[in-house]
Design a protein. Structure first.
Length: 213
């Protein structure tokens, strides 16, 4: 049975969906790095996607969302500062992951997997701390118009690295209505490419999961 979209503000739905894509992407990178048959090109696309999108996500939080929340809910400022410190630690793990050479052979794949595990563990721990703080504040203090303005800025600055993978992970993370809500702000030229982006994502995800039949 298709899941019904949560009766939550758009800000909460979109944030949960974004976080779930991060969980899915980092978990898949760990799994795919451990599969010797996965081609380097597919691994590189996923690695670059993880690094670029996690950086973009927490940078937009630090630079745009946290000031917005602090103005609306000053009591949350201290907790937001602690979350930003975790973003700094996550950056160190992302730097390590970005620096790994993606090559064939066991030593290279082991190095990639170890770096991917460090990022995955940092993301999991961070989201466990962030969601109990962020989601109630979004639900109670951020107006729909404020969120729409923030989301528009996020979409406009989203890095292009392997963008088709974002579509694929969104489709796996959410119900169709949730995904449509998330993608509503995409410019029309990009929306017209969604069927092809979904095809590309499905192909890459099959390869990364070792489903080449």
């Amino acid at each position: 049975m298709e899941r019904e979209m949560r009766q939550d503000p758009t800000a909460v739905v979109e944030t949960r969906l974004a976080h779930e894509t991060h969980r899915l992407a980092t978990a898949l990178l760990v799994e795919a790095a451990g599969r010797p048959a996965v081609p380097r090109a597919a691994l590189a696309r996923l690695r670059d996607f993880v690094v670029a999108n996690l950086r973009h996500h927490h940078e937009t939080e630090d630079e745009l969302l946290w000031p917005l929340i602090a103005a609306a809910a000053p009591a949350a400022a201290q907790e937001l500062a602690a979350l930003s410190q975790e973003h700094t630690r996550l950056d160190a793990a992302l730097d390590r992951l970005a620096a790994v050479a993606i090559e064939d052979g066991r030593p290279a794949r082991v190095a990639l997997r170890e770096a991917a595990v460090a990022v995955q563990e940092a993301v999991q721990a961070h989201l466990l701390h962030e969601e109990p703080v962020l989601l109630p504040v979004l639900r109670e203090h951020i107006a729909p118009s404020e969120w729409d303005d923030f989301a528009h800025k996020v979409i406009a600055s989203t890095p292009p690295a392997a963008g088709h993978l974002m579509i694929g992970f969104l489709d796996e993370a959410g119900a169709p209505a949730e995904v449509e809500l998330m993608l509503k702000g995409m410019p029309e030229p990009v929306r017209s490419l969604l069927p092809e982006l979904r095809r590309q994502a499905a192909s890459d995800l099959r390869v990364l999961r070792g489903n080449t039949a």
